[in-house]
Ligand binder design. Structure first.
Ligand code: ZN
Length: 175
């Protein structure tokens, strides 16, 4: 049995151009994750329009991109963005209970697609592993505390995400 893992980026705010370029970068990162995963033969990254709600597989991930923390989807659903409000260096948040990942476009340096793609990868790792900031411990590159989104995800990063691929998430694409 083999299946495809898809990482969706739903743009509710921020630059369309940056989002498209971030998706292009994610398409280059994900095959390395697939190599470390079992039960998956392919991966894709897809940009989703604000008003679209793609049908997700239960193992897919969707990350919401909002203009800034005041537009938080997590907050709209009753979650807390206190961590992001307290630290302007945090580019995104994942609420493990609400099963929502989001990234804040205004925090990407100069709208950097590199940072945006890295932040999406990082939040996807949180939801896939069901781990809060404890995930950062013993990690490097894209998954450490104060992540470094230059270059590509490290082997260690891809191993971690690959290991957790396949968790049944059933995320909501219609938020
Ligand atoms: Zn994190």
């Amino acid at each position: 049995m083999s299946s495809t893992f898809t990482l969706y980026l739903k743009r509710k705010g921020g630059s369309q151009d940056s989002a498209q370029k971030a998706v292009t970068l994610l398409k280059t990162y994900l095959p390395e994750v697939i190599k470390k995963a079992t039960g998956f033969s392919a991966a894709d990254a897809v940009l989703v329009d604000e008003n679209a709600s793609p049908a997700l597989l239960e193992t897919d991930v969707i990350v919401y991109m909002v203009r800034d923390v005041s537009k938080s989807v997590i907050a709209k659903k009753g979650g807390s963005t206190a961590m992001a409000e307290a630290n302007g260096n945090i580019l995104g948040l994942t609420d493990l209970n609400l099963k929502i990942c989001e990234v804040y476009f205004d925090r990407m340096y100069d709208g950097s697609p590199k940072e945006l793609s890295g932040a999406c990868y990082h939040e996807a790792a949180h939801i896939l592993s069901n781990m809060d900031n404890s995930l950062h411990k013993d990690q490097n590159g894209f998954l450490k505390d104060s992540p470094d989104y230059n270059g590509s995800p490290t082997d260690k990063n891809n191993e971690f995400v690959g290991k957790h691929l396949g968790r049944k998430l059933s995320m909501n694409a219609g938020l």
